[in-house]
Design a protein around this ligand. Structure first.
Ligand code: NAD
Length: 253
């Protein structure tokens, strides 16, 4: 089976400057067909259109709230017949929040967990069965350096806890699905230049953070997209249950 006969689903790939859209491009350049699921429907369609135009693969863009099981079900139904079967899933949709623990509300905590963890559950649960039936699959989670070092970049306790939850999800699922040809890995980016912080990380704070990065810059979406594409290769089948840092050396362990 070749990746050109399969589709990679990338959640949250609508964001123009985001990791998801760059990943959709990188996977398409490697031959994958692409399905974009994003809360923002016009941006999902725009991303799908852009990827098809640039790489000549089959694509589909669907509006989808990953936190809502029915919305995920409806979105994945749109894929049937429109693009080849799902061979890879990148659980990229995510939200962050810097709220200090003593100020965080239960609602905010739940929202962070809903997108980062329950959302990943909804899409993974619905796509993993087909992968195991075909005996091939690649699942990648977008965790964060915040999960490993306990926040300290931008995200607070809720974000760090949800991203750490993804690491347990990755490892346990890797153990279960390994015998069926499906690998499950996580990437843990450091500070990447996107819009996720809504412009809140600028000026002195940004300079301070970059001073702590041995390679002397913040990361680019291409840095992360390239690593994810590597993990999705057919040849990467002996890599599973792993967490790959992509943080410029800002956290080593
Ligand atoms: P971004 O804000 O640019 O993009 C996130 C996308 O997710 C948006 O297109 C948004 O519409 C979508 N989304 C949000 N809630 C959704 C929902 N309920 N259903 C469907 N789509 C939804 O973010 P980014 O910086 O590209 O981050 C991508 C992933 O990488 C996130 O999981 C983030 O936590 C993780 N990450 C980012 C950084 C960083 O520094 N940018 C660092 C570590 C980890």
């Amino acid at each position: 089976m070749s990746v050109s006969d399969l589709t990679a689903v990338v959640t949250g790939a609508g964001s123009t400057r985001g990791i998801g859209r760059a990943t959709a491009h990188a996977l398409a350049a490697a031959g994958w067909n692409i399905a974009v699921l994003d809360l923002d429907e016009p941006s999902a369609k725009d991303a799908a259109h852009e990827v098809a135009e640039r790489h000549g693969v089959a694509t589909v863009g669907v509006g989808c709230d990953v936190t809502d099981e029915q919305s995920v079900e409806d979105a994945l139904t749109v894929l049937d017949g429109a693009v080849p079967p799902v061979g890879a899933l990148v659980n990229n949709a995510g939200i962050t929040s810097p709220t200090p623990f003593l100020e965080v509300s239960g609602e905010e905590w739940d929202r962070i967990f809903a997108v980062n963890l329950r959302g990943a559950f909804n899409v993974t649960r619905r796509t993993a069965a087909g992968m195991t039936e075909r005996g091939f699959g690649r699942i990648v989670f977008l965790s964060s350096v915040s999960a490993e070092r306990g926040g300290g970049v931008f995200g607070g306790v809720a974000y760090s806890a949800a991203k750490a939850g993804q690491l347990g999800f990755t490892r346990a699922l890797a153990r279960e699905l390994g015998p069926r040809g499906v690998t499950v890995n996580a990437v843990a980016p450091g500070l990447i230049d996107t819009d996720i912080t809504g412009g809140a990380l600028e000026g002195d704070r940004k300079a301070e953070l970059i001073a702590g990065v041995p390679v002397g810059r913040n990361g680019t979406v291409a840095d992360v997209a390239d690593l994810i594409t590597y993990l999705c290769r057919e040849e990467s089948g002996y890599i599973t249950g792993a967490t790959y840092d992509v943080n410029g050396g800002s956290h080593m362990h």
